[in-house]
Design a protein around this ligand. Structure first.
Ligand SMILES: *Cc1c(COP(=O)(O)O)cnc(C)c1O
Length: 384
């Protein structure tokens, strides 16, 4: 049996009638950019996240970039970012002309470690950009506490965490503003590119509305030098259909994750995800660690199971940030990049597929130590 990493076609087929109807509705409306569908989606997504405002934009990178611009963060400013993240988090800071200042993650959650933030703060620091990596919320209370003490803004990169909760509260409203991506493979995915900003700050929301549309509130009257970064009507109409399914699809991801957590706890040398008691993750990815990752990857591949690595090169070691290579090293981040492997997970994963992944990982005499069943090794670190 072949197990795909994520089945986007099944995702479409489940909602085919509604999505096709949404397509026809927009096509026949004759209105394709910034209209009723975008407005309706913004209202619905703000309600879902429990925030006052939502502003649809072109993609997740732009959502973060426009937040920084709206906060007047630019050249000469520093923004604290996780060393361990997708490069888009850093690029948003660079786009704004500011400098990303990386901070090591917590070794268990892979998210930014609040205790490490304070030493990275300088007089130039303006904001902390926290990422809810792999769908698991970052530890926001201590982050907000530090930000308050140093008068910094807190921004969430929620691109992988639509619907995740921190101490019962949905991500998106845990800082001053949050950026979401609706790239097709995200938990809430469009059928193309899309993104959004959520916030409770009325002025910030207004500023982002200006920035996304050429700095103009009234057509052809331009108040500031803005951008073109708009969510289009078609994607908004699709997202409205999919938003209604998000909780159900996230719940299925939780089921799959729980099966993995229960059944893989005895596999030698396999480190499973850790869930703090205050986190309700939405499992954008199910990431395991193994000291012999390439053997494990090959063993799964030989059994027709797709895996991916999130991410093989941390931003500070990528060619794009060659200027950062003189920085002190980030050993925890670098080790994570060596060890991590993402197993298939998604709302349309069949039970047999989940069982097949588990079976292959449990097979004794596999090519990696990780695939040999051992005694319960205590590697399973779920506490909740
Ligand atoms: C996907 C992603 C982004 C960027 O979103 P795009 O819509 O692809 O621009 C930003 N940050 C993280 C953590 C992501 O996973």
């Amino acid at each position: 049996m072949k197990v795909a990493f994520l089945n986007l076609k099944a995702n479409y087929l489940e909602l085919q009638q509604e999505l096709d109807a949404a397509y026809r509705r927009v096509m026949e409306s004759g209105w394709y950019v910034l209209g009723q569908e975008v407005e309706a989606f913004e209202t619905e997504f703000a309600a879902y996240c429990g925030t006052r405002y939502c502003i649809g934009v072109g993609n997740g990178l732009e959502a973060l970039h426009l937040i920084l611009r709206a906060m007047d963060i630019g050249p000469g400013d520093e923004v604290i970012v996780p060393a361990n993240t997708y490069i888009a988090t850093w690029l948003a800071v660079s786009y704004a002309g500011a400098t990303p200042v990386p901070v090591e993650p917590d070794e268990k959650t892979y998210n930014i470690k609040p205790e490490q933030i304070e030493v990275a703060i300088t007089p130039k620091t303006k904001a902390i950009l926290a990422v809810h990596l792999y769908g698991q919320p970052a530890n926001m209370d201590p982050i907000n506490e530090i930000a308050k003490r140093y008068q910094l803004k807190v921004i969430e990169d929620a691109a992988q965490a639509h619907g995740a909760r921190y101490k019962g509260q949905r991500v998106g409203g845990l800082g001053e503003a949050a950026g979401f991506s609706f790239y097709p493979g995200k938990n809430l995915g469009a059928l193309g590119d899309g993104g959004a900003v959520t916030t409770n700050d009325c002025n910030l929301a207004n500023q982002i509305r200006l920035l996304r549309n050429y700095g103009s509130r009234v057509k052809y009257f331009n108040e500031i030098k803005g951008y073109n970064s708009r969510l289009d009507e078609l994607q908004a109409a699709f997202l409205r259909v999919k938003l209604a399914k998000l909780d159900e699809w996230n719940a299925r991801r939780v089921q799959v994750a729980n099966q993995y957590l229960q059944q893989l706890s005895g596999v030698t040398d396999l480190t499973l995800p850790f869930i703090p008691t205050w986190a309700d993750p939405v499992w954008h990815l199910f990431v395991v660690r193994c000291p012999k990752r390439s053997d494990l990857e090959k063993h799964l591949k030989d059994s027709a199971i797709d895996t991916l690595i999130h991410y093989p090169v941390p931003p500070h070691l990528s060619d794009a940030y060659i200027e950062k290579q003189h920085l002190s090293s980030f050993p925890i981040t670098e080790q994570i990049a060596q060890d991590v492997l993402s197993l298939p997970i998604g709302p349309h994963m069949a039970n047999e597929e989940v069982m097949r992944v588990i079976e292959v990982l449990q097979q004794e005499g596999g090519t990696a130590d990780c695939t040999k069943v051992g005694l319960l090794t205590g590697k399973q670190m779920v506490t909740s």
